[in-house]
Ligand binder design. Structure first.
Ligand code: GLC
Length: 561
C-alpha cells in the first residue's frame, strides 16, 4: 500500500467503488448499508485495492439515490450513522485502504435545510444559495430561460408562494447550488473539513465541471432535446477559481480528488490536472471510451465500434502521458454492465477477463465497480414499474414521443439503463444471491446461482481471481503504473494491441474483440518466443511462437524483463 509520504500514492493506488444501496445488506432489511460494508472489508482488501470510493452515504430522500443530498455532514439512516461510518473508516485504514467520499455540490436535495429556508424568499440568507429567478411571465407561465434539465423535463421549477422559479439541471428534487455565492463556497469548505478532520482521504467530485453558470443565465442552443443550455453550465472558467479555493483546504490534508467531467476533452483536462494548471484536481473521469456503442449517452445506441474505443483510450493515454494522469474505468453506477456492452454474454468470463486486462494495464489509476470483479451482467425486467431511476422514467416520456410503447421501451431499458449496474451484489447462490432474506429494494439478477462471489472464490479460473492477479501485477510492476504506452495495429477491427515500457521492461497486451479467429503476428521488435506470458484467458501454448490464431475474446499479456 502506498503511504501518505509517497506523493504518488494516488497514481499507484487502485480503487473499488461501492454504490451503498446495493453492495451488502448487513441488517437484512433489503437495503445495502454500512453494517454490510464492515463485514465485507476483508473481501475488499483481498481484491488488492488501496481505496474505496463510496457513492453518497448522506441522508437523502432518494430522488437520485444519494446524489440528492439532504445533509452533507451525516449518514443516511438507511445506511447507518456517523459512529458506524467511523468504524468503517477505521476498519478500512487498519487494512491499508483509503476512503474517498462522493462530494455532490452542484446541487442539494430539495429537502436540504438550505433549500427549505431559501423558499422563505429574498429576505432569507439562503435564498441566494440557489438560482431563484422571476419567470418571463408572472404566475408560472414562462420560465426564466429555455434550459432543459438532463434528468426531468424543463430545468426550472415554479414556486407559487414566491412567484419564482428555481434551477435544476438534474431532477426536480436536485436544485442547483449557486456556487458563485461566496457563502456557498464557505459551506463547501466546511463540509470538506468535517470529513477530512474525521480522517477521510479524498473526494470524488460529482459533475464538478457544472458548478459555474453563465452570468445572466441566457437561453441555450434551441435544438437540444435534453440538457438544453448545457453550454452555459459546462466547464466555464469560474469552475477553476472555485476549485482553487477548495484546494487550499484539501492541500492542508493532502487529500485526493477525482472530478466527474462530462464532455471533457484532453485539452480541457490539462487546464485542471497538470502541474502547470496547479493540479486543481488529481484526476478526471471523462466519458469518451464509454461512447463506443452509443451517441453521447448510453440510451442512443449504435453498434459497438472497436476503433472508436481504441481511439478514445489511446488519445487520453497519449495526451496525459508525462503531464497529467488518467482515471481508468469501464463500469460505474451510471452505465449498464460492460460485458453486455463491449464483451459477450456467451463468452462472459473470457470477454470479461479481456476487458479487465485491456483497461487495468493502461497508464492511470484503475477503478473497479462493485460486481464488475465477478462479471455481473445486465438484468432483464418485464415491466416499467420495476424500474426506480428518474432517468429511466424521463426517457420513457421522451421515447414515447417517438413511438415507443412500454414493452419496447422496457426492452431498451434492459440494455441501456444505468439501473443494470444497481442490482444487488450477488454474494452467494443462496436466496436473493445472499444479499438479504427480506425483499430486496431492487430485483436481484436471477443469474445469481451461477454468477456470485462464493462461486467465483471457489473457481481458480474465475474473473474474481483474474482481477486480483491483475491488480497485484500492477502493484508489483512499476512499468504498468509509470510506463509509456504505444498502440499497435490501430486500424484492426478485432484486435486491440498496445505495449508499455519502463526501466528496461516491456509489456505487450493483446485483446481480441469477438469470436472470429484472426491471425495475430507480433509487432516488429516484439519477440514472443523470448517473453514470458504473464496473463492469458486460455491455457498458454506449450511452445510460444511469434504469432497465433486468436480464440474467442482471447487475451494474452507478454512480459520482457
Ligand atoms: C453524476 C452521478 C450520477 C448522478 C448525477 C447527478 O453524474 O454520477 O449518478 O445522477 O451526477 O448528481
Amino acid at each position: 500500500m502506498p503511504t501518505q509520504t509517497n506523493p504518488n500514492w494516488w497514481k499507484e493506488m487502485s480503487v473499488y467503488q461501492i454504490w451503498p444501496r446495493s453492495f451488502a445488506d448487513g441488517d437484512n432489511d433489503g437495503i445495502g448499508d454500512l453494517h454490510g460494508v464492515l463485514e465485507k472489508l476483508d473481501y475488499i482488501q483481498s481484491l488488492g485495492v488501496d481505496a474505496i470510493w463510496f457513492s453518497p452515504l448522506y441522508p437523502s430522500p432518494n430522488a437520485d439515490y444519494g446524489y440528492d443530498c439532504a445533509d452533507y455532514k451525516n449518514i443516511h439512516p438507511e445506511y447507518g450513522d456517523l459512529d458506524l461510518f467511523r468504524q468503517v473508516l477505521d476498519g478500512a485504514h487498519e487494512r491499508g485502504i483509503k476512503v474517498i467520499l462522493d462530494l455532490v455540490i452542484n446541487h442539494t436535495s430539495d429537502h436540504h435545510e438550505w433549500f427549505v429556508k431559501s423558499k422563505e424568499g429574498p429576505q432569507s440568507e439562503y435564498h441566494d444559495y440557489y438560482y431563484w429567478r422571476k419567470g418571463k411571465k408572472p404566475g408560472g407561465k414562462k420560465p426564466p430561460n429555455n434550459w432543459l434539465s438532463v434528468f426531468e423535463g424543463g430545468a426550472w421549477e415554479y414556486d407559487k408562494n414566491l412567484d419564482e422559479y428555481y434551477l435544476h439541471v438534474f431532477a426536480k428534487g436536485q436544485p442547483d447550488l449557486n456556487v458563485a455565492n461566496p457563502k456557498v463556497r464557505e459551506e463547501v469548505k466546511s463540509i470538506l473539513r468535517f470529513w477530512l478532520d474525521m480522517g477521510v482521504d479524498g473526494f470524488r467530485e460529482d459533475v464538478i465541471t457544472y458548478i459555474a453558470k453563465t452570468e445572466g443565465l441566457p437561453n441555450g442552443f434551441p435544438l437540444m432535446p435534453v440538457g438544453r443550455g448545457m453550454e452555459h453550465w459546462t466547464s466555464l472558467p469560474p469552475v477553476k477559481d472555485y476549485l482553487r479555493e477548495f484546494k487550499e483546504v484539501l492541500d492542508e490534508y493532502g487529500a485526493f480528488t477525482v472530478g466527474e467531467a462530462p464532455m471533457m476533452t484532453p485539452a480541457l483536462a490539462k487546464e485542471y490536472i497538470t502541474d502547470e494548471a496547479g493540479n486543481l484536481l488529481n484526476l478526471m473521469f471523462h466519458f469518451k471510451h464509454m461512447e463506443a456503442d452509443c451517441i453521447l449517452i448510453d440510451w442512443v445506441g449504435l453498434p459497438f465500434s472497436l476503433r472508436k474505443l481504441k481511439k478514445a483510450f489511446s488519445t487520453w493515454q497519449r495526451e496525459m502521458y508525462g503531464v497529467g494522469w488518467n482515471a481508468l474505468y469501464i463500469e460505474n453506477h451510471d452505465h449498464p454492465r460492460i460485458i453486455d456492452r463491449y464483451g459477450s454474454l456467451k463468452y462472459r468470463v473470457a470477454s470479461g477477463k479481456m476487458l479487465a486486462a485491456m483497461y487495468i494495464l493502461q497508464s492511470g489509476t484503475p477503478f473497479v465497480y462493485q460486481g464488475q470483479e465477478i462479471g455481473m451482467t445486465n438484468i432483464k425486467l418485464d415491466r416499467l414499474d420495476q424500474f426506480k431511476d428518474v432517468i429511466t422514467f424521463n426517457n420513457y416520456n421522451l421515447f414515447k414521443k417517438i413511438g415507443f410503447n412500454e414493452q419496447r421501451f422496457v426492452k431498451l431499458a434492459n440494455r441501456r439503463s444505468r439501473e443494470n449496474a444497481r442490482t444487488p451484489v450477488q454474494w452467494s447462490g443462496e436466496k436473493n444471491g445472499g444479499f438479504c432474506d427480506a425483499e430486496p429494494w431492487f430485483p436481484v439478477n436471477p443469474n445469481y446461482p451461477e454468477i456470485n462471489v462464493a462461486a467465483a472464490e471457489a473457481d481458480p479460473d474465475s474473473l474474481l481471481h483474474w482481477y486480483r492477479a491483475l491488480l497485484n501485477f500492477r502493484k508489483e510492476n512499476p512499468m504498468v503504473i509509470y510506463g509509456s504506452y504505444e498502440e499497435h495495429y490501430k486500424s484492426s477491427r478485432s484486435l486491440y494491441v498496445y505495449s508499455r515500457e519502463h526501466g528496461g521492461k516491456r509489456l505487450l497486451v493483446i485483446c481480441t474483440f469477438g469470436e472470429k479467429p484472426v491471425q495475430f503476428n507480433a509487432p516488429r521488435g516484439f519477440d514472443l518466443t523470448k517473453a514470458k506470458q504473464v496473463f492469458g484467458n486460455y491455457a498458454a501454448p506449450e511452445t510460444q511462437t511469434n504469432g497465433f490464431v486468436t480464440r474467442p475474446w482471447e487475451c494474452r499479456v507478454y512480459l520482457w524483463e
